[in-house]
Design a protein around this ligand. Sequence first.
Ligand SMILES: [Zn+2]
Length: 142
Amino acid sequence: MTVEDLSVPAHWRRRLTYYRLVAGRCKKCGRLHYPPAPACPYCGSKDLELIEINNKGKLETYTIIYSAPGKSRGRAPIIVGVVNIEGLRIVSELTDIEPEELKTGIDVEPVLRRMDEDTNKGIIRYAIKFRPVLVPKSEERG
Ligand SMILES: [Zn+2]
C-alpha cells in the first residue's frame, strides 16, 4: 500500500511518522532503525519505542533528478541525498538548496515540507525533507 491509497482516517493515524522524523529504537539491543518497523531488524525484538530525531545530520552523497516522471515532472530538478543522522542512513529529498550549492559532508537538518495535494480527498501531503544548516536558528524563517 502506498500513501496515495490511504483514506483520510488512515492518513490521520499515521501523521506522527509523516510529519516528524521518527525512528524506532530497540529496547533490547538499543539500536535505531528507520523507518520504524514492527520488529527490530537487528535482533528481532518487538520491544520497541518511537523516538523523534531533531539533530542535524551529514549529507553523505546525493543525486539530481532532472527528468522526473508523472506528478513529479514539474518539480524537477529534484535533489535526493543520503543523510547520515544518529548513525542512520536515510534517503530523502533535499530542499532549500540549489544543485550548484551541493557538497558532500555539509550539515543538514530535517524539515517538514509540502509534498503534493490530493484534491479528490482534500489531503495536502507533507513529507520530511532535509535542508542545509546555514542560518542561525534565531534568523530562521517560520
Ligand atoms: Zn534489537
